[in-house]
Write a new protein. Structure first.
Ligand code: HEC
Length: 218
């Protein structure tokens, strides 16, 4: 056990409780060959609040070491760890700190170009923004509403693959040419991947439409 833990009295907090429960005595040492070592290696058991994880390295074949590890991870063990105070304050936590992965997307496309293209190509059916607020086709979601979807950027980058778009959309070097034997019922959208990236960058600037608070139920 690290010297500081013993100095704070952590050994007296956990070892008697473990002994009471399992009738196994553990003697703390700060150096020499130990059967189990609290430190940076081995099994994660708890964490210094606002600091590094503490691990238990088991260096013995003695199954009692595993019993100790299991106890540290059990509800009573965790309660003993969390209940330990130094200077009146809790020192360790057994809760794993949530790892927050910040996913920041970048939009390399040209927003101004995207703004123009969106109105021309998409504004026939979608309300793009205030410029064609009264336009669009009733049942077609507005760009602001689509922008409010969690996966909106995926939807926009791949809009051409989703109905109803494939029947009238051609993406240069991506989609197959229209079947010349089938009449198009709507004016085609002919677009490049760069232009789609531009539209996506423009949509990133739109304010997502509030989809309302979730319905409350009792
Ligand atoms: C001819 C009409 C029309 C045009 C033009 C059109 N859309 Fe759509 N779009 C629709 C309709 C209708 C839906 C709703 C489909 C549904 O909900 O099943 C839709 C849905 C979408 C969705 C949501 C897709 C999904 O999977 O939920 C996106 C994103 C989208 N359109 C982007 C675009 C973009 C970008 C353009 C212009 C480059 C465009 N659309 C042009 C009619 C159109």
């Amino acid at each position: 056990m690290p010297q500081e833990m013993i100095a704070e009295g952590f050994d007296k907090q956990i070892l008697p409780r473990f002994k009471f429960k399992h009738r196994i005595a553990v003697t703390p040492v700060t150096e020499g060959d130990a059967d189990m070592v609290f430190g940076e290696d081995g099994n994660r058991v708890f964490q210094i609040i606002g600091g590094a994880p503490v691990r238990l390295d088991i260096r013995t074949e003695n199954p009692e070491a595993k019993t100790f590890l299991d106890w540290l991870r059990s509800a009573p063990g965790k309660a003993a760890i969390e209940g330990f105070k130094s200077g009146g304050a809790q020192v360790y936590t057994t809760e794993q700190a949530a790892v927050v992965i910040e996913k920041t997307e970048t939009f390399d496309g040209d927003k101004e170009t995207g703004s123009r293209l969106a109105l021309v190509h998409c504004g026939r059916c979608h309300v793009v923004d205030e410029r064609n607020r009264m336009g669009g086709i009733g049942s077609t979601p507005s760009f602001a509403a689509l922008r409010g979807r969690e996966n909106w950027s995926d939807l926009f980058r791949a809009f051409w693959a989703h109905n109803p778009h494939p029947s009238f959309t051609q993406v240069e070097d991506v989609t197959e040419p229209f079947d010349p034997n089938r009449a198009l019922h709507v004016a085609p959208v002919e677009i490049t991947m760069d232009e789609i990236e531009a539209i996506t960058a423009f949509v990133a600037t739109l304010k997502p439409k509030e989809l309302g608070k979730p319905v409350q139920s009792n």
